[in-house]
Design a protein around this ligand. Sequence first.
Ligand code: SAM
Length: 420
Amino acid sequence: MELIVKDVVYPGKALCKDDSGKAVFVDEGIDGELIEAELIHRHKSYDEARLLRVIRPSSHRTNPRCLHYRICSGYQVIDYPYQVRLKLRQLAGILKGIYSQKIFSEPANTIFHYRNKAVFHIDWDENRFGYRDALGNTVDVESCALLRKEINEKFALVRRRMQEKGPMSLERIGFRVNRNGEVLLILYVKGDGELSGDDVSVFSDLGFAGVVRIKGLSVRPLVGRDWLEEEVSGRRFRYYGDGFFQVNTEMAERLVSLLRQETMRIDARVVLDLFCGVGLLGLSLSDMVRWVYGVEQAPICKKALDVNSEYNTFGNFSFKLGSAGSVAWEIFEDRRMRARIDTVIVDPPRKGLSRSVREFLRKNGKIRNLFYVSCDPMTLRRDLLELKEVYKIEKVYFLDFFPNTGHIETMTVMRRRKRR
Ligand SMILES: C[S@@+](CC[C@H](N)C(=O)[O-])C[C@H]1O[C@@H](n2cnc3c(N)ncnc32)[C@H](O)[C@@H]1O
C-alpha cells in the first residue's frame, strides 16, 4: 500500500493512516514522505507494516552507514539535526500534561562510533555472528557504525579466529573499550557447556586487556584483567566484566557536568544514589556534599564500588548491595538516616521506579531535591505523574546518549513542594 508518513513516534516507528483512517505503524519513514509498505500484522486498532520503497523522500533523509541498521533502529536514515528535533517533539508529547516548559537539549558531538560496549550473538550452524532481529534470528554483522572503532577491529579478529576454530561452547561474545583504547573480551559460555584451554588460547594473543568468562552468575578472568577503568570528568571509575557502565562516555561526562551544575544551585548535603551502578553519579558529587550513600543490586558492582570509593572520596561514601525498593524502606525506618538524606538521585533501568521506590520518595518528607535520570520516557511519564503531586518539576534535560537510534535519555530536576 502507498502511505504518507504523518509522524515519527517514540521509539521510532513511522505513523501513517490507511484509507479508512486506521493507524499503520511502519518500521521506517520520515514525516511527509510518501512510501510503499507491506502489511505484516493486523490488530484491532492499528496495523503494522514494513517499508518496501520510498516514493517521495523527505529532505531529511540520508544514506545509512550500516547494512543492518534497521535491527538497531531506522534513525540512521534521518539527518542528525532532525533526529534531535524529532526526539524533542516526541518527549514534549510524552510529557504532555506533566511538564510544558522548555526541554533543555544536549545533542551529541559524536554521532557515530560512540558505543563502548557491544554483545554479538553466535549462530554456529549458520556461521553467523551478529545482532538478533525481532524474530530472534542472528543477523550477520561485519561491523557497526555505532560502535567504537576498536570494537569493530577486535570483533573482526575474533570472528576470523572463531570461524577457523569452529563451534565451541560460546553463545555470545561481548566487547568493552575505554578511551585509552583498551578492550575487554567477554565470553558468554553456554549453560551446559565449558571452554577448553584450546578454545581460550584462540583469543589470548589478540591484544585484549583481558578475557573474561561469564557463565550464569559466575564471572572469571581467563587472561589478563577482568576490569577496565575510564576517566569521566577528571575522575577515575573501574567496572568489571559486563557490569553496568554508561555506554556513551562523552555523554556520560555531559550528564555528570549537568548534575554538578544543578547540585551547585541547591543546598544538597547528604545524597542517596539509588541504582548507583559503579557510583558514577553519586561519587561525582562527593566533593560537593557531606556524604553519599549508594544502593545497587548487581553483585558485580561491589568490587568496583570499593575501588571507586577509594579513588573518588575522602571517606564520605558508603553503599549497600540490595534492591532499591527494600533498601529505601530500611532507610525510611531508620529515623536518623531518614532525617539525614536531603537529595536523591534515581537512575533506574528502563522499567522505571518500582511502586515501593515511588512511595519512599513521596513519603520521605526530608527529601528536598530529586534528580531522575531516565532511559525510557514512557516509564518516566508514569513515575512523574505520581511524583509531581509531591515534587515540582523544575527542568527536563534531553541528553542524546544514543544518536542514530530512537532511544531517549533524560534528566529531570525536581524540588519538593512546600506543604500548604
Ligand atoms: C541505568 S543504570 C545506572 C547506573 C549509574 N547511575 C550510572 O550512571 O552509571 C541502572 C543500575 O541499576 C541497577 N539496578 C537495576 N535494578 C535495581 C534495583 N531494583 N535496585 C538497585 N539497583 C538496581 C543496575 O544493576 C544498574 O547498575
